[in-house]
Structure formats: structure tokens, C-alpha cells
Design a protein around this ligand. Sequence first.
Ligand code: SF4
Length: 236
Amino acid sequence: MGEWKTQKNWEVEEADWNDTEKGREYKNFWFYKRPKGINIDITHRCPLECPSCQRQTEFLNHGKKVHGYDLDLSDIEKLAKYYHQFNFCGQLSDPVHHPKFIEMLKILRRYDCKTIIHNASTFKSMKWYIEAFKAYPENAKWIFAIDGLPEESHKYRINQDGPKMFQILLEAKKHLHLTPSWQFIIFSYNEHNVEKAKQMAFDNGLGFIEVQSSRWSSKDDPLIPKSQKYRLDTKR
Ligand code: SF4
């Protein structure tokens, strides 16, 4: 996949790719063979404090310790013999904070497991990221959370350095074979910037995932977008 200047551009290129032999093979594999996959929290660690996250709502806001522990590499090895797809979409943690995450990626590479990594914390160094991207460049899809333009993302992703996250995305593009994506959750403070962010992603050859949340504290949650087109509750 190349560089895209607009969403239309991207859609046309994706449609063309779907029609190639490689595209059909990929589609057949994922749609018809239904490989066994797992979504897994591998640690209890995350330095961010996103207000709607269960870390806060179920644990830290009540003075409780967040559940979980650092999974052993031997457990990942056992799982890799059975599952063909790993999704590290932390419900209670950010996978990059598992102390041996890079070794874990190397194991998954050895077993040829398709891997999806969701990352929002920016506390790891760029050097660490480069090592992580190089540990499994072929079949690891990285998705980075920036909720708003980079300089406003910390309004929800408390403690995050949004501009650094954007630099990490650009660096990821240099090393990974699968295009890294910018995931953007729409909130009241960023809804006017969705199109600008999308264009910024496409201008840099990145994927863009727009997410409409339904995880609100109440119907008066100040984070709820004002525009009807970004509100799931008004579409039911
Ligand atoms: S980055 Fe993920 S795990 Fe960490 S606080 Fe935010 S939602 Fe929760």
C-alpha cells in the first residue's frame, strides 16, 4: 500500500488490492479458515489515566489495586502453539508495559502468529519502539491511540504525550510491513478536528480509525460529542 492523499484514494487502492491474488488469499484465510484468535491482557501496568477505563472506574477510583500480573513468556509460547492471532487490546493495561514485550513479539514471529498491538502510553523511549518494531516487522499491526490532534489528545488520554505518539507512528511506518494506524476516539473537545486529523494521517501514509464511543459516565458526560453524526445513541 502506498501513500494516500484522501480517504477516497485509500478506498480505491484497498479495493484494487483486494482484487489481487495476494488480497484474495488474505481474505480467504481470514474470512473462511477462521483462524483461532485471542484478545489478551498480558500485564496490569499502564501509566495513563483515561477516565472511562476500567482501571479507574472499577479499581483505582475505589482505592483498589488493578487486577492482573505479567504473563510468563512460557505461557505465551504455549498459547502461540494453539492460537494463530493475538490481539493485545488492553482492557486493563497497555501491552508495551509488559517488561518482556519485545521477547514476546519474537516468540509470536517464530510461530508466525498475526499480531495486533493497541498502544496509548508514550512512556517508552523511541529506542525501545524501534527495537519492538524490528522484533516483528512482517505481521504485527500496530494501532496507536491519539484522540484529537496530537497536542489535545492528553485531554482524555491523561499523562499521554500526543506529539510524541505521532512521532512514534511516523517511526513505525519506516519499519513495519503493515501500515500502522492512528485510532481517534471522537469526544466533544476534538470533534471539530476529525477531518483535519484524518487528512494528516493520509498525508503521512498512515491508516486512520475513527471510533464513536458509547462508554459514557452518564447522558450528561461532558466528553460526549455535540454533533449527532458522531453519536451512537442518536442513531438507534
Ligand atoms: S491507555 Fe488503555 S489501559 Fe491505560 S488507562 Fe487508557 S484505556 Fe486504560
